[in-house]
Ligand binder design. Structure first.
Ligand SMILES: C[S@@+](CC[C@H](N)C(=O)[O-])C[C@H]1O[C@@H](n2cnc3c(N)ncnc32)[C@H](O)[C@@H]1O
Length: 264
């Protein structure tokens, strides 16, 4: 599962990166503003993507700090690395965040990643175990309303091509367990963190057909297209675009919740 997830994101690298300025960048800016890395801190950036959170974090910790950024997608890693010039204290590593053994860290942050872990609780505990006592764990997740109705429209568009709609790569139910401030606060507390708090970071993604399709190809939504031949993907894109236009979807909510707690 984890290797195929890295391959899924790698395959969508160009489309993923087309969304950096409009989506991943603003979401990570909010996440970093809440996690507040400061000069000299050692940080583990789990699931770095193209470095949307790792890069500003490296600037914040400065040369006396250190940022270890880990992800399964090595094509995304190459993009992140190309943007890290002048930040030799930021290191990108290819690997599974749940088996990373570095640390202890002052801050472990994971932006839009925990719900991909095969076992969200055990995986997040593994991340938290890399913190020093008193260190912060910061997890950013989608709010309940975010990205809707894109997954539903995509499923409608794919269904004529398949006998059965494939399961989404995000483990069913994982996202739903943490998609309100109350749920996320309770989850962080149940993981053994103290002083858990959640900040809502509003964001809207304006959506024309090209941006919408980049979101499909550059995110885990791409998993719905797995195994389709190019002609089937093109028919899916046409139906997807038509339903978006018919429903008048010109923007989607991309609000995130940034949860932070302290390791005991
Ligand atoms: C939606 S992207 C978010 C990337 C980045 N944090 C951002 O917000 O721009 C999710 C990322 O999680 C990575 N990922 C998921 N599970 C992982 C795991 N077990 N180990 C390392 N990376 C993982 C994927 O490869 C992908 O790059």
């Amino acid at each position: 599962m984890t290797n195929s997830l890295g391959a899924l994101f790698d395959a969508g690298t160009t489309h993923f990166d087309a969304l950096t300025d409009r989506l991943w960048g603003p979401v990570s800016a909010s996440a970093v503003a809440v996690a507040q890395p400061v000069e000299g801190e050692h940080v583990f950036d789990a699931c770095y993507g193209t470095g949307a959170s790792a890069l500003p974090t490296a600037r914040a910790v400065g040369p006396t700090g250190r940022v270890d950024a880990i992800d399964l997608a090595d094509k995304l890693l190459a993009v992140g690395r190309s943007r890290a010039e002048g930040l030799p204290w930021l290191t990108f590593h290819h690997g599974d965040v749940t088996t990373w053994s570095g640390g202890p860290y002052d801050l472990v942050q994971c932006v839009l990643g925990v719900f991909f872990l095969p076992d969200m609780d055990a995986g997040s505990r593994a991340l938290i175990s890399r913190l020093r006592p008193g260190g912060r764990f910061a997890a950013t997740v989608w709010r309940k309303e975010a990205i809707l109705p894109v997954p539903e429209i995509l499923q409608n568009a794919v269904s004529p091509e398949r006998a059965e709609t494939p399961a989404a790569p995000v483990r069913r139910g994982a996202s739903e367990r943490v998609n309100t401030p109350e749920l996320l606060t309770a989850w962080l507390t149940a993981l053994g963190l103290r002083d858990a708090r959640v900040v809502t970071a509003p964001h809207t993604l304006p959506l024309d057909p090209d941006v919408a399709w980049a979101l499909v190809l550059g995110s885990a939504l791409r998993g719905f297209l797995t195994g389709l031949d190019p002609a089937a993907v093109e028919r899916t894109r046409v139906r997807f675009t038509q339903e978006l236009l018919d429903r008048g979807v010109t923007a989607i909510d991309a609000t995130t919740l940034v949860g932070v707690g302290t390791a005991v």
